[in-house]
Design a protein around this ligand. Structure first.
Ligand SMILES: *[C@@H]1O[C@H](CO)[C@@H](O)[C@H](O)[C@H]1NC(C)=O
Ligand SMILES: *[C@@H]1O[C@H](CO)[C@@H](O)[C@H](O)[C@H]1NC(C)=O
Ligand SMILES: *[C@@H]1O[C@H](CO)[C@@H](O)[C@H](O)[C@H]1NC(C)=O
Length: 517
Protein backbone atom coordinates (compact mmCIF):
# COMPACT_ATOMS: atom_id res chain seq x y z
CA UNK A 1 0.00 0.00 0.00
CA UNK A 2 1.09 3.50 -0.71
CA UNK A 3 1.99 6.11 1.89
CA UNK A 4 0.81 9.70 1.64
CA UNK A 5 3.35 12.46 2.30
CA UNK A 6 2.14 16.02 2.81
CA UNK A 7 4.70 18.82 2.54
CA UNK A 8 4.81 21.73 5.00
CA UNK A 9 4.06 25.32 4.08
CA UNK A 10 1.61 27.00 6.45
CA UNK A 11 -1.92 27.74 5.30
CA UNK A 12 -0.85 27.33 1.69
CA UNK A 13 0.00 23.70 2.46
CA UNK A 14 -3.32 23.30 4.26
CA UNK A 15 -5.28 24.72 1.33
CA UNK A 16 -3.31 22.65 -1.19
CA UNK A 17 -3.92 19.42 0.75
CA UNK A 18 -7.63 20.19 1.14
CA UNK A 19 -7.99 20.95 -2.56
CA UNK A 20 -6.04 17.86 -3.63
CA UNK A 21 -7.93 15.41 -1.41
CA UNK A 22 -11.33 16.88 -2.27
CA UNK A 23 -10.45 16.94 -5.98
CA UNK A 24 -9.04 13.40 -6.07
CA UNK A 25 -12.02 12.03 -4.14
CA UNK A 26 -14.32 13.68 -6.65
CA UNK A 27 -12.28 12.45 -9.65
CA UNK A 28 -12.10 8.88 -8.32
CA UNK A 29 -15.75 8.92 -7.25
CA UNK A 30 -14.76 7.89 -3.73
CA UNK A 31 -15.47 9.44 -0.38
CA UNK A 32 -12.67 11.42 1.25
CA UNK A 33 -12.68 8.81 4.03
CA UNK A 34 -12.18 5.97 1.51
CA UNK A 35 -9.34 7.90 -0.07
CA UNK A 36 -7.62 8.66 3.27
CA UNK A 37 -8.10 5.07 4.42
CA UNK A 38 -6.47 3.75 1.26
CA UNK A 39 -3.05 4.95 2.39
CA UNK A 40 -1.18 2.76 4.82
CA UNK A 41 0.20 5.82 6.54
CA UNK A 42 0.24 9.59 6.26
CA UNK A 43 3.49 11.44 6.92
CA UNK A 44 2.82 15.14 7.47
CA UNK A 45 4.96 18.22 8.06
CA UNK A 46 4.08 21.61 9.51
CA UNK A 47 0.94 23.21 7.98
CA UNK A 48 0.09 19.80 6.58
CA UNK A 49 0.10 18.41 10.13
CA UNK A 50 -2.71 20.88 10.89
CA UNK A 51 -4.54 19.42 7.91
CA UNK A 52 -3.95 15.78 8.91
CA UNK A 53 -4.99 16.55 12.52
CA UNK A 54 -8.31 17.99 11.32
CA UNK A 55 -8.89 15.29 8.72
CA UNK A 56 -8.34 12.44 11.18
CA UNK A 57 -9.89 13.86 14.35
CA UNK A 58 -12.58 16.41 13.50
CA UNK A 59 -16.12 15.38 12.50
CA UNK A 60 -16.93 18.94 11.39
CA UNK A 61 -13.84 19.14 9.17
CA UNK A 62 -14.59 15.70 7.69
CA UNK A 63 -18.01 17.08 6.82
CA UNK A 64 -16.48 20.16 5.19
CA UNK A 65 -14.14 17.93 3.12
CA UNK A 66 -17.06 15.74 2.05
CA UNK A 67 -19.02 18.84 1.06
CA UNK A 68 -16.15 20.19 -1.03
CA UNK A 69 -15.58 16.81 -2.73
CA UNK A 70 -19.30 16.63 -3.55
CA UNK A 71 -19.38 20.17 -4.91
CA UNK A 72 -15.92 21.46 -5.91
CA UNK A 73 -17.46 24.44 -7.68
CA UNK A 74 -18.60 25.83 -4.31
CA UNK A 75 -15.49 24.76 -2.36
CA UNK A 76 -14.22 28.34 -1.94
CA UNK A 77 -17.43 29.50 -0.30
CA UNK A 78 -17.55 26.41 1.90
CA UNK A 79 -13.93 26.79 3.02
CA UNK A 80 -14.29 30.52 3.61
CA UNK A 81 -17.40 30.12 5.74
CA UNK A 82 -16.40 27.03 7.71
CA UNK A 83 -12.65 27.48 8.07
CA UNK A 84 -11.20 30.93 7.33
CA UNK A 85 -13.93 33.00 8.99
CA UNK A 86 -14.08 31.03 12.26
CA UNK A 87 -10.29 31.28 12.47
CA UNK A 88 -10.23 35.02 11.92
CA UNK A 89 -13.00 35.47 14.49
CA UNK A 90 -11.19 33.36 17.09
CA UNK A 91 -7.85 35.16 16.80
CA UNK A 92 -9.31 38.67 16.96
CA UNK A 93 -6.33 39.98 15.02
CA UNK A 94 -7.05 43.40 13.57
CA UNK A 95 -5.78 44.73 10.27
CA UNK A 96 -3.59 47.51 11.76
CA UNK A 97 -1.68 45.14 14.10
CA UNK A 98 -1.31 42.70 11.25
CA UNK A 99 -0.03 45.20 8.68
CA UNK A 100 2.30 46.87 11.18
CA UNK A 101 4.42 43.75 11.47
CA UNK A 102 5.23 43.23 7.84
CA UNK A 103 8.74 44.69 7.54
CA UNK A 104 10.12 43.13 10.72
CA UNK A 105 8.65 39.76 9.75
CA UNK A 106 10.20 39.91 6.29
CA UNK A 107 13.60 40.47 7.84
CA UNK A 108 13.12 37.74 10.43
CA UNK A 109 12.03 35.20 7.85
CA UNK A 110 15.02 36.00 5.66
CA UNK A 111 17.48 35.64 8.55
CA UNK A 112 16.03 32.43 9.92
CA UNK A 113 14.76 30.61 6.88
CA UNK A 114 16.70 32.03 3.97
CA UNK A 115 14.43 33.07 1.17
CA UNK A 116 11.13 32.67 3.02
CA UNK A 117 8.30 32.33 0.62
CA UNK A 118 5.34 34.66 0.72
CA UNK A 119 3.15 32.32 2.70
CA UNK A 120 5.70 31.98 5.51
CA UNK A 121 5.80 35.76 5.84
CA UNK A 122 2.03 35.91 5.89
CA UNK A 123 1.64 33.25 8.59
CA UNK A 124 4.45 34.74 10.70
CA UNK A 125 2.77 38.11 10.55
CA UNK A 126 -0.47 36.54 11.67
CA UNK A 127 1.18 34.56 14.48
CA UNK A 128 2.99 37.60 15.85
CA UNK A 129 -0.15 39.72 15.62
CA UNK A 130 -1.87 37.17 17.86
CA UNK A 131 1.03 37.80 20.25
CA UNK A 132 1.27 34.52 22.11
CA UNK A 133 3.03 31.21 22.02
CA UNK A 134 3.24 28.94 19.02
CA UNK A 135 1.47 26.12 20.87
CA UNK A 136 -1.41 28.42 21.73
CA UNK A 137 -1.57 29.65 18.14
CA UNK A 138 -1.98 26.07 16.89
CA UNK A 139 -4.50 25.19 19.63
CA UNK A 140 -6.67 28.14 18.60
CA UNK A 141 -6.37 27.20 14.94
CA UNK A 142 -7.44 23.58 15.52
CA UNK A 143 -10.15 24.57 17.98
CA UNK A 144 -11.72 27.35 15.93
CA UNK A 145 -11.59 25.68 12.51
CA UNK A 146 -12.28 22.08 13.52
CA UNK A 147 -13.48 22.05 17.16
CA UNK A 148 -10.47 19.96 18.23
CA UNK A 149 -10.15 20.39 22.01
CA UNK A 150 -6.72 21.32 23.29
CA UNK A 151 -6.30 18.08 25.27
CA UNK A 152 -7.59 15.61 22.65
CA UNK A 153 -4.95 12.82 22.63
CA UNK A 154 -3.41 11.14 19.58
CA UNK A 155 -4.95 7.86 20.79
CA UNK A 156 -8.52 9.23 20.44
CA UNK A 157 -11.10 7.77 18.03
CA UNK A 158 -10.47 9.02 14.48
CA UNK A 159 -13.15 10.12 12.01
CA UNK A 160 -11.54 8.03 9.26
CA UNK A 161 -8.48 5.91 8.41
CA UNK A 162 -8.98 3.69 11.49
CA UNK A 163 -5.89 1.55 12.10
CA UNK A 164 -3.76 3.46 9.59
CA UNK A 165 -0.65 5.23 10.83
CA UNK A 166 -0.11 8.95 11.19
CA UNK A 167 3.49 10.15 11.37
CA UNK A 168 3.72 13.67 12.76
CA UNK A 169 7.16 14.74 11.50
CA UNK A 170 9.18 17.28 13.46
CA UNK A 171 12.76 17.92 14.60
CA UNK A 172 14.57 17.84 17.91
CA UNK A 173 16.56 20.99 18.61
CA UNK A 174 19.94 19.74 19.85
CA UNK A 175 22.15 22.78 20.40
CA UNK A 176 25.65 21.36 20.16
CA UNK A 177 27.94 24.24 19.22
CA UNK A 178 25.90 27.17 20.59
CA UNK A 179 23.49 26.77 23.51
CA UNK A 180 19.81 27.60 23.01
CA UNK A 181 17.82 29.89 25.28
CA UNK A 182 15.34 28.14 27.57
CA UNK A 183 14.46 31.53 29.03
CA UNK A 184 15.61 35.10 28.42
CA UNK A 185 14.45 38.04 30.48
CA UNK A 186 15.32 41.23 32.29
CA UNK A 187 17.27 42.75 29.39
CA UNK A 188 19.42 39.64 29.18
CA UNK A 189 20.28 39.67 32.90
CA UNK A 190 18.32 36.48 33.47
CA UNK A 191 19.28 33.83 31.01
CA UNK A 192 19.05 30.06 31.10
CA UNK A 193 20.18 27.97 28.16
CA UNK A 194 20.64 24.34 27.26
CA UNK A 195 22.99 22.32 25.12
CA UNK A 196 23.07 18.68 24.03
CA UNK A 197 25.82 16.06 23.88
CA UNK A 198 26.19 12.35 23.31
CA UNK A 199 29.03 10.05 24.29
CA UNK A 200 29.02 8.37 20.94
CA UNK A 201 30.22 11.23 18.76
CA UNK A 202 28.50 14.16 17.12
CA UNK A 203 24.85 15.12 17.05
CA UNK A 204 23.37 17.30 14.33
CA UNK A 205 21.70 20.48 15.65
CA UNK A 206 18.40 19.40 14.07
CA UNK A 207 17.57 15.71 14.43
CA UNK A 208 14.58 14.14 12.57
CA UNK A 209 11.84 12.91 14.92
CA UNK A 210 8.22 11.82 14.64
CA UNK A 211 5.24 11.09 16.80
CA UNK A 212 3.51 8.04 15.38
CA UNK A 213 0.11 6.63 16.15
CA UNK A 214 -2.07 3.81 14.87
CA UNK A 215 -5.30 5.81 14.51
CA UNK A 216 -7.92 4.69 17.01
CA UNK A 217 -5.59 2.41 18.99
CA UNK A 218 -6.34 4.24 22.24
CA UNK A 219 -4.19 6.20 24.66
CA UNK A 220 -2.49 3.17 26.23
CA UNK A 221 -0.94 1.67 23.12
CA UNK A 222 2.71 2.23 22.32
CA UNK A 223 3.70 4.14 19.20
CA UNK A 224 3.87 1.82 16.17
CA UNK A 225 7.17 3.31 14.96
CA UNK A 226 10.32 4.58 16.68
CA UNK A 227 10.41 8.28 17.53
CA UNK A 228 14.09 8.56 16.61
CA UNK A 229 16.04 6.50 14.10
CA UNK A 230 18.63 5.62 16.77
CA UNK A 231 16.51 5.06 19.89
CA UNK A 232 19.42 3.77 21.97
CA UNK A 233 21.77 6.68 21.23
CA UNK A 234 22.08 8.39 24.64
CA UNK A 235 21.42 12.14 24.49
CA UNK A 236 22.31 14.33 27.45
CA UNK A 237 21.11 17.89 28.08
CA UNK A 238 23.09 20.43 30.13
CA UNK A 239 21.56 23.60 31.56
CA UNK A 240 23.29 26.85 32.52
CA UNK A 241 21.43 29.55 34.43
CA UNK A 242 22.84 33.08 34.79
CA UNK A 243 21.41 35.87 36.90
CA UNK A 244 22.77 38.99 38.61
CA UNK A 245 25.29 37.85 41.23
CA UNK A 246 24.69 34.21 40.57
CA UNK A 247 24.36 31.20 38.39
CA UNK A 248 23.92 27.47 38.42
CA UNK A 249 24.06 24.45 36.15
CA UNK A 250 22.52 21.00 35.92
CA UNK A 251 22.34 17.97 33.65
CA UNK A 252 19.69 15.49 32.58
CA UNK A 253 21.98 12.47 32.56
CA UNK A 254 21.74 10.13 29.56
CA UNK A 255 18.32 9.85 27.92
CA UNK A 256 17.25 7.32 25.33
CA UNK A 257 14.31 6.55 22.98
CA UNK A 258 12.89 10.06 22.50
CA UNK A 259 15.28 12.22 24.55
CA UNK A 260 12.72 11.75 27.36
CA UNK A 261 13.19 8.03 28.14
CA UNK A 262 10.02 7.11 26.32
CA UNK A 263 7.51 9.39 28.02
CA UNK A 264 6.59 11.29 24.84
CA UNK A 265 7.55 9.31 21.77
CA UNK A 266 6.84 5.80 23.03
CA UNK A 267 3.58 6.46 24.90
CA UNK A 268 2.48 8.77 22.12
CA UNK A 269 -1.23 7.91 22.55
CA UNK A 270 -1.28 10.41 25.45
CA UNK A 271 0.31 13.26 23.50
CA UNK A 272 -2.22 15.98 22.62
CA UNK A 273 -2.96 16.23 18.89
CA UNK A 274 -2.48 20.01 19.17
CA UNK A 275 0.98 19.68 20.78
CA UNK A 276 2.13 17.21 18.11
CA UNK A 277 0.84 19.48 15.34
CA UNK A 278 2.43 22.51 17.02
CA UNK A 279 5.85 20.81 17.23
CA UNK A 280 5.60 19.75 13.58
CA UNK A 281 4.84 23.32 12.51
CA UNK A 282 7.15 25.40 14.78
CA UNK A 283 8.62 27.19 11.79
CA UNK A 284 10.63 29.71 13.84
CA UNK A 285 11.76 27.06 16.30
CA UNK A 286 15.47 27.51 15.57
CA UNK A 287 15.29 31.04 16.96
CA UNK A 288 16.41 30.14 20.54
CA UNK A 289 19.85 29.04 19.28
CA UNK A 290 22.32 31.68 20.44
CA UNK A 291 24.56 32.97 17.73
CA UNK A 292 21.92 33.06 15.02
CA UNK A 293 21.61 36.58 13.64
CA UNK A 294 17.85 36.51 14.10
CA UNK A 295 17.99 36.07 17.87
CA UNK A 296 18.23 39.69 18.95
CA UNK A 297 15.50 40.69 16.58
CA UNK A 298 13.23 37.85 17.57
CA UNK A 299 13.69 38.45 21.28
CA UNK A 300 12.27 41.92 20.78
CA UNK A 301 9.06 40.33 19.60
CA UNK A 302 8.73 38.37 22.85
CA UNK A 303 7.01 35.52 21.11
CA UNK A 304 7.52 31.93 22.16
CA UNK A 305 8.33 30.11 18.98
CA UNK A 306 9.32 26.52 19.87
CA UNK A 307 7.32 23.75 21.54
CA UNK A 308 8.96 22.72 24.83
CA UNK A 309 8.92 19.12 25.97
CA UNK A 310 9.64 17.60 29.40
CA UNK A 311 9.54 14.05 30.75
CA UNK A 312 6.25 14.91 32.49
CA UNK A 313 4.73 16.59 29.44
CA UNK A 314 4.43 19.88 27.62
CA UNK A 315 2.64 21.84 30.34
CA UNK A 316 5.33 20.97 32.87
CA UNK A 317 7.98 22.27 30.48
CA UNK A 318 6.08 25.55 30.10
CA UNK A 319 5.66 25.94 33.87
CA UNK A 320 9.35 25.31 34.54
CA UNK A 321 10.38 27.83 31.90
CA UNK A 322 8.00 30.48 33.25
CA UNK A 323 9.45 29.98 36.75
CA UNK A 324 12.88 31.02 35.40
CA UNK A 325 11.77 34.66 35.55
CA UNK A 326 12.84 34.32 39.22
CA UNK A 327 15.68 31.83 38.88
CA UNK A 328 17.52 29.86 41.54
CA UNK A 329 19.69 26.73 41.66
CA UNK A 330 16.73 24.48 42.48
CA UNK A 331 14.80 25.63 39.40
CA UNK A 332 17.80 24.94 37.18
CA UNK A 333 18.21 21.48 38.77
CA UNK A 334 14.59 20.60 37.93
CA UNK A 335 15.19 21.41 34.25
CA UNK A 336 17.74 18.57 34.29
CA UNK A 337 15.42 16.14 36.09
CA UNK A 338 12.69 16.92 33.55
CA UNK A 339 15.00 16.98 30.46
CA UNK A 340 13.39 20.19 29.16
CA UNK A 341 14.14 20.69 25.45
CA UNK A 342 12.67 22.19 22.28
CA UNK A 343 10.77 20.49 19.44
CA UNK A 344 10.68 22.37 16.16
CA UNK A 345 9.31 22.21 12.63
CA UNK A 346 9.82 19.07 10.55
CA UNK A 347 10.93 21.39 7.76
CA UNK A 348 14.31 21.82 9.48
CA UNK A 349 15.10 18.21 8.58
CA UNK A 350 12.73 17.22 5.73
CA UNK A 351 9.94 19.52 4.62
CA UNK A 352 8.37 16.96 2.29
CA UNK A 353 7.53 14.09 4.66
CA UNK A 354 9.08 11.65 2.16
CA UNK A 355 12.08 10.64 4.30
CA UNK A 356 10.01 9.59 7.34
CA UNK A 357 7.55 7.72 5.08
CA UNK A 358 10.38 5.82 3.41
CA UNK A 359 12.14 5.13 6.73
CA UNK A 360 8.83 3.68 7.96
CA UNK A 361 8.70 1.17 5.12
CA UNK A 362 6.95 2.91 2.21
CA UNK A 363 7.56 1.36 -1.21
CA UNK A 364 5.33 3.88 -2.90
CA UNK A 365 4.79 7.45 -1.71
CA UNK A 366 2.15 9.82 -3.08
CA UNK A 367 3.51 13.28 -2.27
CA UNK A 368 1.48 16.49 -2.18
CA UNK A 369 3.84 19.45 -2.57
CA UNK A 370 3.03 23.14 -2.55
CA UNK A 371 5.32 25.63 -4.27
CA UNK A 372 5.33 29.27 -5.13
CA UNK A 373 4.28 29.68 -8.76
CA UNK A 374 6.60 27.20 -10.46
CA UNK A 375 7.28 23.48 -10.25
CA UNK A 376 10.54 23.57 -8.32
CA UNK A 377 12.23 20.38 -7.14
CA UNK A 378 14.52 21.73 -4.42
CA UNK A 379 12.86 20.34 -1.26
CA UNK A 380 12.68 16.88 -2.82
CA UNK A 381 16.13 17.16 -4.44
CA UNK A 382 17.61 17.93 -0.99
CA UNK A 383 17.13 14.23 -0.13
CA UNK A 384 19.21 13.03 -3.12
CA UNK A 385 22.97 12.95 -3.78
CA UNK A 386 24.30 16.42 -4.60
CA UNK A 387 21.10 18.13 -3.45
CA UNK A 388 20.83 21.74 -2.25
CA UNK A 389 20.46 22.64 1.43
CA UNK A 390 17.21 24.55 1.71
CA UNK A 391 17.53 26.46 5.01
CA UNK A 392 20.46 28.21 6.73
CA UNK A 393 22.11 26.02 9.36
CA UNK A 394 20.60 22.70 8.26
CA UNK A 395 23.36 20.11 8.79
CA UNK A 396 24.62 18.56 5.56
CA UNK A 397 25.23 15.22 7.24
CA UNK A 398 21.46 14.59 7.39
CA UNK A 399 21.52 13.78 3.65
CA UNK A 400 21.25 12.02 1.33
CA UNK A 401 18.32 9.75 2.14
CA UNK A 402 18.47 8.18 -1.33
CA UNK A 403 21.49 6.90 -3.25
CA UNK A 404 19.87 7.34 -6.66
CA UNK A 405 18.98 9.16 -8.81
CA UNK A 406 21.15 12.28 -8.42
CA UNK A 407 19.59 15.59 -7.36
CA UNK A 408 20.23 16.85 -10.89
CA UNK A 409 18.23 13.93 -12.27
CA UNK A 410 15.40 14.74 -9.84
CA UNK A 411 15.39 18.33 -11.18
CA UNK A 412 15.24 16.90 -14.67
CA UNK A 413 12.35 14.57 -13.74
CA UNK A 414 10.40 17.54 -12.36
CA UNK A 415 11.02 19.43 -15.59
CA UNK A 416 9.40 16.54 -17.46
CA UNK A 417 6.29 16.37 -15.23
CA UNK A 418 2.92 16.75 -16.92
CA UNK A 419 1.08 19.97 -16.29
CA UNK A 420 -2.62 19.47 -15.76
CA UNK A 421 -5.15 21.86 -17.19
CA UNK A 422 -6.02 24.54 -14.68
CA UNK A 423 -9.72 25.15 -14.09
CA UNK A 424 -11.04 28.13 -16.01
CA UNK A 425 -11.12 31.39 -14.08
CA UNK A 426 -8.34 30.38 -11.64
CA UNK A 427 -6.45 33.34 -10.16
CA UNK A 428 -3.91 31.83 -7.78
CA UNK A 429 -3.20 28.33 -9.04
CA UNK A 430 -0.46 28.71 -11.65
CA UNK A 431 0.82 25.19 -12.23
CA UNK A 432 -0.55 21.80 -11.21
CA UNK A 433 2.22 19.34 -12.02
CA UNK A 434 2.06 15.56 -11.72
CA UNK A 435 4.81 13.04 -12.31
CA UNK A 436 6.67 10.13 -10.83
CA UNK A 437 10.11 8.60 -10.68
CA UNK A 438 11.85 5.62 -9.08
CA UNK A 439 14.40 6.03 -6.32
CA UNK A 440 16.82 3.82 -4.37
CA UNK A 441 17.38 4.38 -0.67
CA UNK A 442 20.73 5.11 0.94
CA UNK A 443 21.74 4.06 4.43
CA UNK A 444 20.92 7.07 6.59
CA UNK A 445 21.41 6.86 10.36
CA UNK A 446 19.46 10.06 11.15
CA UNK A 447 16.23 9.16 9.34
CA UNK A 448 16.75 5.41 9.67
CA UNK A 449 16.65 4.28 6.04
CA UNK A 450 18.55 1.16 5.04
CA UNK A 451 20.45 0.83 1.81
CA UNK A 452 19.17 -0.38 -1.55
CA UNK A 453 15.34 -0.34 -1.32
CA UNK A 454 13.34 0.65 -4.40
CA UNK A 455 10.71 3.35 -3.87
CA UNK A 456 8.21 4.87 -6.32
CA UNK A 457 7.77 8.59 -5.71
CA UNK A 458 4.54 10.02 -7.17
CA UNK A 459 4.21 13.77 -6.99
CA UNK A 460 1.37 16.26 -7.20
CA UNK A 461 2.81 19.77 -6.98
CA UNK A 462 0.38 22.64 -6.36
CA UNK A 463 2.14 25.80 -7.50
CA UNK A 464 0.26 28.92 -6.53
CA UNK A 465 0.87 32.61 -6.30
CA UNK A 466 -0.72 34.03 -3.22
CA UNK A 467 -0.33 37.73 -2.87
CA UNK A 468 0.20 38.81 0.72
CA UNK A 469 0.31 41.85 2.87
CA UNK A 470 -3.37 42.47 3.38
CA UNK A 471 -5.39 40.91 6.08
CA UNK A 472 -8.40 40.40 3.85
CA UNK A 473 -6.33 38.21 1.57
CA UNK A 474 -6.95 35.14 3.66
CA UNK A 475 -9.83 34.62 1.26
CA UNK A 476 -7.25 33.78 -1.40
CA UNK A 477 -6.63 30.47 0.33
CA UNK A 478 -10.30 29.61 -0.03
CA UNK A 479 -10.08 30.38 -3.74
CA UNK A 480 -7.00 28.15 -4.01
CA UNK A 481 -8.82 25.17 -2.45
CA UNK A 482 -11.51 25.47 -5.09
CA UNK A 483 -9.11 26.00 -8.00
CA UNK A 484 -7.15 22.87 -7.07
CA UNK A 485 -10.24 20.71 -6.43
CA UNK A 486 -11.95 21.80 -9.65
CA UNK A 487 -8.83 21.24 -11.73
CA UNK A 488 -8.22 17.73 -10.38
CA UNK A 489 -11.89 16.79 -10.77
CA UNK A 490 -12.00 17.96 -14.39
CA UNK A 491 -12.55 15.06 -16.83
CA UNK A 492 -9.92 16.55 -19.17
CA UNK A 493 -7.23 15.73 -16.62
CA UNK A 494 -8.38 12.17 -15.96
CA UNK A 495 -5.96 10.52 -18.40
CA UNK A 496 -2.94 12.47 -17.12
CA UNK A 497 -3.82 11.67 -13.53
CA UNK A 498 -4.02 7.98 -14.35
CA UNK A 499 -0.45 7.89 -15.58
CA UNK A 500 0.80 9.10 -12.21
CA UNK A 501 -1.85 7.69 -9.88
CA UNK A 502 -2.78 4.48 -11.70
CA UNK A 503 -5.67 3.65 -9.39
CA UNK A 504 -7.72 6.28 -11.21
CA UNK A 505 -7.86 3.89 -14.12
CA UNK A 506 -9.83 1.43 -12.03
CA UNK A 507 -6.92 -0.94 -12.65
CA UNK A 508 -4.81 -1.64 -9.60
CA UNK A 509 -1.23 -0.58 -9.48
CA UNK A 510 0.70 -3.36 -7.79
CA UNK A 511 1.25 -1.42 -4.62
CA UNK A 512 -2.08 0.33 -4.24
CA UNK A 513 -4.82 -2.25 -4.61
CA UNK A 514 -6.77 -0.85 -1.70
CA UNK A 515 -7.88 2.12 -3.74
CA UNK A 516 -9.80 -0.06 -6.16
CA UNK A 517 -13.27 -0.94 -5.02
C1 LIG B 1 -20.08 7.36 -8.59
O1 LIG B 1 -20.46 6.18 -7.95
C2 LIG B 1 -21.88 6.05 -7.78
C3 LIG B 1 -22.16 4.77 -7.02
O2 LIG B 1 -21.10 4.41 -6.20
C4 LIG B 1 -22.53 6.03 -9.13
O3 LIG B 1 -23.93 5.99 -8.95
C5 LIG B 1 -22.16 7.29 -9.91
O4 LIG B 1 -22.67 7.22 -11.21
C6 LIG B 1 -20.65 7.43 -9.98
N1 LIG B 1 -20.33 8.68 -10.63
C7 LIG B 1 -19.40 8.78 -11.54
C8 LIG B 1 -19.15 10.15 -12.06
O5 LIG B 1 -18.75 7.84 -11.92
C1 LIG C 1 -12.31 26.41 22.06
O1 LIG C 1 -11.89 27.52 22.80
C2 LIG C 1 -12.92 28.18 23.49
C3 LIG C 1 -12.39 29.44 24.11
O2 LIG C 1 -11.21 29.20 24.82
C4 LIG C 1 -13.51 27.26 24.52
O3 LIG C 1 -14.56 27.88 25.20
C5 LIG C 1 -14.02 26.04 23.80
O4 LIG C 1 -14.49 25.13 24.74
C6 LIG C 1 -12.94 25.44 22.97
N1 LIG C 1 -13.52 24.40 22.19
C7 LIG C 1 -12.99 23.23 22.12
C8 LIG C 1 -13.68 22.26 21.25
O5 LIG C 1 -11.97 22.96 22.74
C1 LIG D 1 16.92 7.19 31.22
O1 LIG D 1 17.37 5.95 30.71
C2 LIG D 1 18.78 5.78 30.84
C3 LIG D 1 19.16 4.49 30.09
O2 LIG D 1 18.33 3.45 30.47
C4 LIG D 1 19.15 5.73 32.31
O3 LIG D 1 20.55 5.57 32.46
C5 LIG D 1 18.71 7.04 32.94
O4 LIG D 1 18.94 7.01 34.34
C6 LIG D 1 17.24 7.35 32.69
N1 LIG D 1 16.98 8.70 33.11
C7 LIG D 1 15.84 9.09 33.68
C8 LIG D 1 15.71 10.51 34.04
O5 LIG D 1 14.94 8.30 33.92
Amino acid sequence: MAFLALQGGGVRAFASDAGVLAGLACAANKSVAELAGAFEATSSVSGSSWFAAELFYSPSFAELMAGMAASPSTAAAQFQENWIQPWLRATQVSQPTFDGLQSIVRLLVRLLLGTGDEDTIFIAQFFLASGLTWTHFVEVLLNSTAAIPKQLPLGAEPTMAQGRHWLVDHSLLLPVANPAAVYRGGLGLFRTSYSATTKNGELPVFLPAKFSVALGAGVHRAAPLPYLAQPQLPIEFSYQGHWPLGGSSSSSGPLVLDAANGSLGVWSGHVPVSAAAAASSAVFGAEPVDGLPAVELASLLKADVAVWAAIDGFEVADQLRAALAHPDAQKVAVLGQEAVHALIDGGYTDGTGIAQAVASGAEEVVVVLNSYSSNLAEYVAQLFPGGPVTKPGVPKELYPVFSAPSAAAVDEAFAQFRQLQIAEGSSYLKVLAVGSFEATTAKNAYFGTEEGRQVSIRIINVCSELSIGFFANFGHYSALVQEVALSLAHPKNRAELRTVLPWFAGKAAKASKALVV
